[in-house]
Design a protein around this ligand. Structure first.
Ligand code: AMP
Ligand code: DBH
Length: 542
């Protein structure tokens, strides 16, 4: 098994410790400390379940014993694919307690993605809930297991069929290991996959805890706060910005919302007196529209965070009037750097910018294509390093070569400009990914799947501005032989075992792709040309 590593140069690590960013806390340790101080405070509410901090820790310890009883040993990787249910927390903290390493998959991921994570992480176990939103995860688990016998255990919350029910695992009688060093990798987070398949992001206890502890402070979380997770909690935004982990660190109450539809979310805001939550821009638009006619009292909501994709200033300007709360823009990435507008920033900053970095030691470089710093205020490529931004992906030398500079900056791929106060404004991006309502899709990955179809000669996938999603995906396809039906081609991509959000929204058949005189054109230029031609012929509102 490949060792899990994430390290910073010694002098910087020493500096981050001296500055009090890295305090030696661990993922299980911070929760245990919280539970010792306030055992009877409610930690999490989901469906009919309400667990106190004390109960959550007890359940996590029981699961830790259960996982180890399967013969898993500390350091082994466990894919966790769970929806917004309280067991997400008890299982994940149980894994932390057992020094097993969660790999966070989203409920939307399907066989191709799960198999990729399992292979790259060399996972030996997979935890799912029996079903969620009409999808049976046991069917998915069966498919993945048949491809990957190394995935020895499937643990199911609910009716397990041939797999292992979480409930049937022993809850004691297995010795638990001592706490890990806080510089250890605690888990693997998933990148949105801007080129090719998603990459695995090793985050340490030290760096991740710093990011969500500081985030909780920026967001004003305390024991009286009620944080609602409306997006899938495995995603880095609702997990850590400040998310469920930041909320637990601050001793707040977490409400797990099963679906972000305004009806479901507003009902929970009213019932649980939610004070803060986070959504992606398309949901923010829906919520603002629904607020006008809702019968629910959402006046407890003080902060609406919006992030994952660019929030248009015109929409941002309407948040306060429609929802009666403060907008906080969040521009972050699972690789590290997170920027926030501050709650007391002037309205203009809140509306016009994507915020400023968490840490005074976040280094922000904005450069041109040749790597030279741009003139202050001008747009350029964002490079960053700092106390919670990774230096390397797991098990992916090619991506590491592309994504990090020799002096350790992460190349975000985002094009930003910076105000004189250090606030970032996202202008676009360099890479060829589609940011579909905050879900990142790699053009290359989808092109590969289209090319697997016998009637597809060539394919290029581009982003098209979409008034609702921000961007949608459009596949330009040259067919060979008989032209397949659009619907059949979409079904084919879906049938390859991909998350639904990756199925092209639109397919346009073309006769050929333009090439230069020598008949050569880079994929990047090709995608750009196709997008421009398409937009010229079919103007769309952005
Ligand atoms: P990932 O690396 O998969 O976690 O995706 C992070 C990417 O999402 C960033 O690099 C941005 O491209 C995009 N993103 C996140 N938040 C925002 C935001 N508030 N505005 C614009 N883009 C965003
Ligand atoms: O899009 C993201 O990945 C993201 C957005 C907001 C993120 O990782 C985060 C905040 O932490």
């Amino acid at each position: 098994m490949l060792e899990l590593k994430q390290s910073w140069p010694d002098d910087l690590a020493a500096q981050y410790r001296a500055a009090g960013y890295w305090r030696g806390e661990t993922m299980f340790g911070f929760l245990r400390d919280r539970a010792l101080r306030a055992p009877d405070t409610i930690a999490v509410v989901g469906g009919p379940i309400r667990w106190t901090y004390g109960e959550l820790v007890k359940r996590a310890e029981a699961h830790a014993a259960g996982f180890l009883s399967l013969g898993l040993v500390p350091g082994e990787r466990v894919i966790v694919q769970l929806p917004n249910i309280p067991e997400f927390l008890s299982v994940v903290f149980g894994l932390f307690r057992a020094r097993l390493v969660p790999v966070f998959a989203l409920p939307a991921h399907r066989a191709t993605e799960i198999a990729h994570f399992a292979l790259k992480a060399e996972a030996s176990a997979y935890v799912v809930a029996e079903r969620h939103e009409d999808f049976d995860y046991r069917v998915l688990a069966r498919e993945v297991r048949s491809q990957l016998p190394a995935l020895r255990h499937v643990v199911v919350i609910g009716e397990a069929q041939e797999f292992t029910p979480l409930d049937a695992l022993p809850t004691e009688g297995v010795p638990l290991p001592p706490d890990p060093p806080s510089s250890d990798v605690a888990f693997l987070q998933i990148s949105g996959g801007s080129t090719g398949l998603s990459k695995l992001i090793p985050r340490t206890h030290d760096d991740y805890i710093y990011s969500f502890r500081a985030s909780a402070e920026i967001c004003g979380l305390g024991e009286a706060s009620v944080y609602m997770a409306a997006l899938p909690v495995a995603h880095n935004f609702p997990m850590s910005s400040p998310g469920i982990f930041g909320a637990l660190h601050a001793g707040s109450r977490i409400i797990l919302c099963p679906s972000p539809s305004p009806e479901t979310a507003f009902a929970l805001v009213e019932k649980e007196r939610v004070t803060i939550t986070g959504v992606v821009p398309p949901l923010a638009l829906l919520w603002m529209q629904a607020a006008a006619t809702t019968g629910h009292d959402i006046s407890s909501l003080k902060v609406l965070q919006v992030g994952g994709a660019k929030f248009a200033p015109e929409a941002a300007a309407r948040v306060r009037a429609t929802l009666g709360c403060t907008l906080q823009q969040v521009f972050g990435m699972a690789e590290g750097l997170v920027n926030y507008t501050r709650l007391d920033d002037p309205e203009e900053v809140i509306v016009q910018t994507q915020g400023r970095a968490i840490s005074p030691d976040d280094e922000i470089l904005i450069v041109d294509d040749l790597g030279r710093p741009v003139v202050e205020g001008e747009p350029g490529l964002l490079l960053t390093r700092g106390p919670y931004t990774i230096r390397a992906y797991h098990n992916d030398a090619a991506a590491n070569g592309r994504s990090f500079t020799p002096d350790g900056y992460y190349r975000t791929g985002d094009i930003v400009s910076k105000t004189t106060d250090g606030y970032l404004i996202v202008r676009g991006r360099a890479g060829d990914h589609i940011n579909r309502a905050g879900e990142k899709i790699s053009a290359e990955e989808i092109e590969d799947h289209l090319l697997a179809h016998p009637a597809v000669f060539d394919a290029a996938v581009v982003s098209i501005p979409d008034p609702y999603l921000g961007e949608r995906s459009c596949a330009f396809v040259i067919s060979k032989g008989e032209k397949p039906k659009t619907i059949a081609l979409k079904a084919f991509v879906r049938g390859r075992g991909l998350a639904e959000f990756k199925v092209p929204d639109q397919i346009v058949f073309v006769e050929r792709f333009e090439t230069t005189a020598v008949g050569k054109v880079s994929r990047k230029t090709l995608r750009q040309n196709l997008r421009e031609q398409f937009l010229k012929q079919t103007p769309v509102e952005a």
